[in-house]
Design a protein around this ligand. Structure first.
Ligand code: ADP
Ligand code: MG
Length: 471
């Protein structure tokens, strides 16, 4: 076990070194021979210089190579595969390009982005996803040069013979890692088997897994893997955490939301749908305007919520991770993790919602004891630096855990600790400095290691005593 870890870690470190040493000077889109219409469209939406992943993949894709592009969320992968595709469009030849994405919001977003920077290129894109009427999609497919869709609905159209992908020139799997994780691998295989054998294939994502290796072996030809380290500059993203009792999380959240601070759009992530609902309800009870999104809402509802959120109506969104994965929402300045998902990778995707393309952002995690294991796992796996913030004074608020009450008076604390504090009177108290007595009070999951003061970082493994590492 230890051995496996250290080998993979060594490989990882080696890769970082390699990427840095190879870092190229910035090029322009012109120097990458991107056509004028596209450069113009890109400029109009403020995209002036290619990101690392764009710089490294665009030339290869243009040459017709099969490419695996791995880079963090927010590094501009849509433009990376979108440019070469739009350059190759020849209208009137049926569906030439197929882009597969894990969730509908992402499919919609990809289409939108293509239309935006492809404003001066003539093409038609059909976006297909489940949960909505099928006929308008069929009509759109008939005219489409590019089809963007989620696996399930793509299969429906294929089975109904409404979609012909037998002549596509290129297939793109976007967020391939997520699709594997969501169990779409078999659907993807079926879809790929209906495309020509020698079409180009591109696979984009944030991580490579075993299943992706398999896809590569089976469906790609002499593929090249490009992996870049640089995020939308990491120095723009500040990551913090608070150590807080589970039942005080909500009060702290309200306090932080109300804090005078330049805030653009704010997303609050919760790992469970029920928590999304509860937190939303309680925020509203406290006079805070919020919307929520999670996988159980209808597709149309989810889309319109995201659409409104883009416009700041309202500017706070409570979300489950699935609903927000891969989405690019401009101007998100604050991410709150109300709790952590058990999957450490989810953290990376959540924080990828902010500080996109050169903007600044803050990701703030509210950690209670139950989040500690995942948090430690995140820090050991990913090169992130998360600093602890001392608790300030904040009023304690009531938190109504709603339906839980119906289930036989077990009390909120025992049923998941969503807040047993139904104090009628808000009260303030000062917890004092950042750790104080906290380090030996109740955080059993950290026992056996002295708790670092100030911040956590992945180099804790090295035992160097310095926490927080940057790449
Ligand atoms: P990823 O797929 O890697 O998560 P996206 O393709 O969603 O990233 O892009 C993230 C954001 O960055 C989008 O708003 C996009 O318009 C913007 N963007 C893409 N390329 C650039 C660039 N070269 N310069 C500035 N912003 C960019
Ligand atoms: Mg993307």
């Amino acid at each position: 076990m230890t051995f496996t870890f250290s080998v993979s870690r060594a490989v990882e470190i080696f890769q970082h070194v390699r990427f840095y040493s190879r870092r190229l000077d910035r090029m322009t889109f012109e120097e990458l021979n991107v056509n004028q219409e596209l450069v113009k469209g890109l400029n109009e939406i403020g995209i002036k210089e290619p990101t690392d992943i764009q710089q490294k993949t665009i030339p290869l894709i243009k040459q017709g190579k099969d490419v695996i592009g791995i880079s963090k969320t927010g590094s501009g992968k849509t433009v990376a595969f979108g440019i070469p595709l739009l350059e190759k469009i020849q209208q009137g030849q049926g569906v030439q390009f197929l882009i597969i994405a894990p969730v509908r919001e992402l499919a919609v977003q990809i289409s939108k982005e293509l239309k935006k920077f492809g404003k001066y290129v003539k093409f038609y894109v059909a976006t297909v996803f489940g949960g909505v009427a099928i006929n308008p999609q069929i009509e759109a497919i008939e005219r489409a040069d590019i089809v963007v869709g989620t696996p399930g609905r793509l299969l429906d159209h294929l089975e109904n013979h409404k979609l012909d992908i037998s002549r596509v020139k290129c297939v793109v799997l976007d967020e391939a890692d997520k699709m594997v994780e969501m169990g779409f691998i078999e659907d993807i295989r079926i879809i790929l088997n209906k495309t020509p054998k020698h079409r180009q294939m591109l696979l984009f994502g944030a991580t490579i897994s075993h299943e992706i290796e398999e896809l590569k072996q089976k469906y790609m030809h002499n593929s090249l893997t490009v992996q870049t380290e640089s995020h939308v500059q990491e120095e723009y993203l500040e990551q913090y955490y608070y150590n807080i009792k589970q039942y005080e999380k909500f009060s702290l959240l309200v306090h932080l939301l109300n804090k005078e601070e330049d805030k653009g759009l704010t997303i609050i992530f919760c790992s469970a749908r029920s928590t999304v609902e509860m937190v939303t309800r309680n925020l509203r009870d406290n006079g805070i305007k919020v919307e929520m999104t999670h996988g159980k809402l209808s597709q149309n509802r989810r889309l319109s919520i995201i659409e409104n959120f883009h416009k700041g109506r309202p500017n706070v969104l409570v979300a489950s991770a699935v609903a927000a994965r891969g989405l690019d929402i401009k101007d998100v300045t604050h991410i709150f993790n109300y709790d952590l998902s058990q999957d450490p990778e989810e953290y990376i995707h959540r924080i990828g919602r902010t500080a996109r393309a050169g903007q600044t952002g803050k990701a703030i995690t509210l950690l209670s004891e139950r989040d500690h294991d995942t948090f430690r796992e995140i820090l050991s796996r990913y090169p992130v630096e998360v600093k602890e913030l001392p608790l300030e004074d904040f009023p304690r608020l009531g938190f109504n855990a709603g339906m839980r009450r119906r289930f036989g008076g077990r009390g909120f604390r025992s049923s998941g600790g969503y807040g047993s504090y139904n104090r009628s009177r808000p009260r303030s108290y000062n917890r004092g400095s950042s750790f104080g007595d906290r380090s030996h009070r109740g955080s059993s999951s950290f026992s056996g290691r002295s708790r670092p003061h100030g911040r956590y970082g992945s180099s804790s493994r090295s035992g160097s005593g310095s926490f927080g590492r940057r790449y």
